[in-house]
Design a protein around this ligand. Structure first.
Ligand SMILES: [Zn+2]
Length: 473
């Protein structure tokens, strides 16, 4: 054959390849691809390596601190190194609050040290400390039922235990105390707020987390006690008679700082403008290295990106990996993302965030349009062998996805076993030795199957019906 016909053949085969690219893979082929991805993740996931680099190498990364900036630089370089495309940062103004010295003790009837830590956003105590009698409360509602003067000049002590559950739903039931307890108590004249840590552990480590002051209420210092110390105060109060506590917090709020969301993609072969988002948050609290919250989420979503970027051909739609800035103390990155991408949210066909620690995935939940069930059932077939139950409808998705709700973006949740997560969460115990590598590989495998399936599927999940969208907070 002459060179002319060889060129024609090449052209023909190129056209054929192009034609193949313009159609979804046959269902069976897509499923085989998803199964191979799953098995590769189980055998060779590098997610724990990425998490170790972030937790041990970068360390704590509270918004606005040098650790935060270091994490952004690390994430951008890592995305490039693992083969993602269009890697870039998007600027985010973040809340900047720093912890200082923190001490606590019972001063009457006997002297006892207390293990406590400031809640994120708290004002400091006066220079000479806050010292007052303690009044125990079980709930926010109880503050309203107290006699008018009961909290005046006192320290309000919210003592409500968190339930241990696989879903982690115990956290949502008690977290309003952390958010609003200080202002609720201050409105009734309290001079300080202490709370039992939102923790399921039985040790002397206090757990921090964000609080907010309500407009109009005086700002009083707020701290979390370790569970053991909350129990101590409870026992002392149960005997009767006054109990006095003294505590100092040296924390302070600074002007907003600059941080960034870090973004990378696997560009879709056929519908590159349609986006399947998979995210985690890059920031952490400052008491430890944020290995579980959310270092593992970061490691897992990067690994999903790496594994899918290696596929040829790429899935039909674009997969966008987003590492959000400052989830912990204001969701600044989440809001900045929704604003910056407002014009393309209509083309976000699904979003998933991993932010629930290192436990194994056990189920998938989703929220989409009327036809979402059939698409999800098909995509989730390869998950059976990972021990996941069939997908069910109904989820709000991760915290960083809340600002996407008004646009009707379908939400996906990969439910992970959270039985022990809240032993560690937001405490000094959140270090890399707690990471369960095998469970992480299983979760990466499940997430890769889901994200690949959503990006390759011939149908999408539609849009969340108006009535099921929640308004932007
Ligand atoms: Zn988190």
């Amino acid at each position: 054959m002459g060179s002319g016909s060889s060129a024609a053949l090449k052209l023909l085969s190129a056209l054929a390849a192009l034609g193949a690219c313009e159609r979804p893979l046959p269902m069976r082929e897509a499923q085989t691809q998803a199964e191979q991805l799953r098995d590769l993740a189980l055998a060779k996931s590098r997610a724990h390596d990425w998490t170790r680099e972030l937790a041990d190498g970068v360390g704590a990364r509270l918004a606005g601190t040098p650790g935060d900036a270091k994490a952004v630089a690390w994430a951008e370089a890592k995305m490039r190194a693992i083969g993602l495309a269009n890697v870039h940062t998007e600027p985010v103004a973040v809340t900047h609050w720093e912890r200082g010295v923190e001490t606590g003790e019972v001063t009457f009837p006997s002297k006892q040290p207390l293990a406590l830590t400031a809640l994120g956003g708290s004002v400091p105590t006066p220079a000479q400390a806050t010292e007052a009698e303690v009044v125990e409360l079980r709930s926010l509602e109880e503050t309203d039922l107290l006699p008018e003067d009961k909290l005046r000049g006192k320290i309000a002590f919210f003592n409500r235990a968190m339930e241990r559950t696989r879903t982690g739903e115990g956290y949502g039931k008690v977290s309003p105390i952390r958010r609003s307890g200080a202002s609720k108590a201050a409105a009734r004249g309290a001079v300080g707020m202490l709370m039992r840590s939102l923790s399921t552990a039985e040790n002397r480590l206090p757990h921090t987390g964000a609080m907010e002051y309500e407009a109009g209420a005086p700002k009083v210092p707020a701290a979390a006690l370790s569970v053991s110390d909350a129990d101590l105060l409870h026992r002392l109060l149960a005997i009767g008679g006054p109990i006095r506590v003294r505590f100092t917090l040296g924390c302070r709020s600074l002007p907003d700082a600059q941080s960034a969301n870090v973004v990378g993609e696997v560009v879709g072969r056929e519908k590159p403008d349609q986006v399947v988002l998979i995210g985690a948050h890059l920031d952490s609290w400052d008491l430890a290295t944020g290995a579980l919250d959310d270092g593992v989420g970061v490691g897992m979503v990067l690994e999903v990106g790496r594994l899918i970027a290696q596929l040829q051909p790429h899935p039909r739609r674009t997969i966008r990996i987003v590492l959000f800035a400052n989830e912990e103390h204001g969701l600044n990155g989440a809001h900045a993302y929704a604003r910056a991408h407002e014009s393309e949210l209509e083309r976000h066909v699904a979003a998933l965030e991993l932010d629930h620690g290192t436990g194994k995935a056990y189920a998938v939940a989703y929220l989409g349009g009327p036809n979402a069930a059939s698409v999800m059932n098909e995509i989730c077939v390869p998950l059976g062998s990972l021990g996941l139950s069939p997908p069910t409808s109904g989820t709000r998705g991760g915290a960083d996805l809340i600002p996407l709700h008004p646009s009707g973006v379908p939400m996906i949740s990969l439910l992970q076993d959270g039985t022990y997560y809240f032993d560690i969460h937001h405490s000094a115990d959140d270090t890399f030795d707690k990471v369960d590598s095998a469970a992480m590989s299983q979760t990466v495998a499940a997430a890769a199957v889901l994200i690949y399936g959503l990006a390759e599927s011939r149908d999408d999940l539609g849009r969340v019906p108006e009535a099921q969208r929640t308004r932007q907070p």
